[in-house]
Design a protein. Sequence first.
Length: 71
Amino acid sequence: MWWNEYWHTPWMLFGPAMILLFLAVCFAVAFFAKHSHGTPHGRSAEILKERYARGEIGDEEYERRRRVLDS
């Protein structure tokens, strides 16, 4: 009763393709949101550079703390 000769047209792939596209976009947004903030110690490294530039810490202290952040 509901079937006709056009039921198997390519349009029946449109729904699953849209679902896959939606899921791909969701995963891409989640991936880029997680990885777009740089390194976890990015802000710490900036603060360390600022303190070094202002002269609050010396060369040895700067190098020691930078090595800790890089590890």
